[in-house]
Design a protein around this ligand. Structure first.
Ligand SMILES: Nc1ncnc2c1ncn2[C@@H]1O[C@H](COP(=O)(O)OP(=O)(O)O)[C@@H](O)[C@H]1O
Ligand SMILES: N[C@@H](CCC(=O)OP(=O)(O)O)C(=O)O
Length: 368
């Protein structure tokens, strides 16, 4: 079996079964299925909505409050309740969970993006299930991703996922909103998200969810462009997750446009020309160009310019040729300190380490 990394997003509509409170009886079914997949060796990442709904339940708010501060209060109270519920349920199956609350800034700033990626990677590597939501209690409209469909697409990229599953209260994307169009039919496969496809998607009308099908299509577009397959399906019967992972198609599936690696390399080349450089010795040039290796600190002779972790930089040879562009895992100051040293010495020199390589081969595009 091929172990996959799978991001599963649960909408409020599904977690509440359309009511005004979380439905733990339904959530335990979800957790049972996720634990089976985790025990088979798959890596599961959960994106969970439902904080505001849970806050309403705990505090007994029948309707959504008008003021932002009061909505954030509901999110704050509800997030604890939501996580507590997930934690108790996963515990039954012997699995640990780890909470990550994100805002847009965590995804747009390269340094914070890398930190979030490292934390997610550490949770995944230790078989801990990350449970992610937007940090609603502090994120106002200007700094919000805004909906968990878009958030889950970004989380899928952060976690190098193979697949993103969006579970909701409909079987998938229909030719029109099935709530108001009983004749609408389910679309099984979408090869490309065209303006015509987008025009089929309406907003959420339940008063529970955010964004309806429109934000799910935005998410599908972001993820498929990065090489991640996306499935929108109904969460009524959580066993559907197993079928989807086993490639028994249910719901609506969206084909990836490129491989994840191609997506990342396209991103590296898409930015402005890097202004800073890591200068490497002849051995490192050979290792990168002929062997497809990562760049180790040992092969670095010099660093030009000031850059941060996550910046795209030139990798240059001693005679000034730019041989590659790559994402640096260390700042220029850190590389100055560790250049010429063995990877095992990084922790001794810096007092910490962000991994053994200065630039990982998946983050390198060779230009010659
Ligand atoms: N073309 C469509 N196909 C399916 N559902 C649609 C479509 N257009 C709008 N919708 C609406 O999107 C809703 C799901 O989105 P939403 O309420 O935000 O749920 P969630 O909480 O799962 O994110 C459905 O209940 C449906 O009414
Ligand atoms: N972050 C919010 C959910 C936002 C959201 O996109 O909701 P949904 O459309 O139900 O996935 C919460 O936890 O209440």
């Amino acid at each position: 079996m091929n172990a996959k990394t799978i991001v599963v997003k649960f909408g409020t509509s599904m977690l509440t079964s359309g009511t005004k409170r979380l439905d733990p009886a339904h959530m335990i079914e979800v957790v049972r299925v996720l634990s089976v997949l985790a025990k088979k060796g798959h890596h599961i990442v959960v994106v969970s909505s439902g904080a505001v709904a849970a806050g309403r339940e705990v505090l007994g708010y029948p309707d959504l409050p008008r003021t932002i501060a009061n909505k954030q209060m509901l999110a704050s109270v509800g997030q604890t309740f939501l996580m507590n519920t997930w934690q108790k349920l996963f515990e039954i199956y012997g699995l640990h969970i780890g909470q990550i609350l994100l805002t847009r800034a965590d995804l747009e700033d390269r340094e914070r993006f890398l930190n979030a990626r490292d934390t997610l990677g550490a949770l995944i590597a230790n078989d801990i299930i990350p449970v992610i939501n937007e940090n609603d209690a502090v994120a106002t409209a200007e700094i919000k991703v805004g909906d968990n469909d878009n958030l889950s697409a970004r989380v899928a990229i952060l976690s190098d996922a193979d697949m993103l599953i969006l579970l909701t209260d409909q079987k998938g994307l229909y030719t029109a909103d099935p709530r108001s169009n009983p004749d609408a039919t389910l679309i099984r496969t979408v090869e490309k998200i065209t303006p015509e496809i987008k025009a089929l998607a309406g907003d959420s009308v339940s008063g529970l969810g955010t964004g309806g099908m429109a934000t799910k299509l935005q998410a599908a577009e972001i993820a498929t462009r990065s090489g991640i397959e996306v499935v929108i399906a109904s969460g009524d019967d959580p066993r559907i997750i197993e079928s989807i992972v086993d490639n028994n198609y249910v719901g609506t599936s969206f084909k990836p446009e490129s491989s994840p690696l191609e997506g990342r390399k396209a991103w590296i080349l898409s930015g402005p020309k890097p202004r800073c450089s890591i200068v490497v010795d002849a051995g490192a040039v050979r290792a990168l160009t002929a062997n497809g290796s990562s760049l180790l600190p040992k092969g670095i002779t010099r660093v030009e310019g000031d850059f941060l972790r996550g910046d795209v930089v030139n990798i240059s040879s001693a005679d000034g040729r730019v041989i590659a562009h790559g994402i640096s895992r260390y700042t220029s100051a850190e590389l100055n300190a560790i250049s010429g040293h063995k990877s095992e010495e990084i922790e001794n020199i810096l007092g910490y380490e962000h991994g053994q390589v200065a630039v990982h081969r998946d983050d390198l595009v060779i230009l010659e």
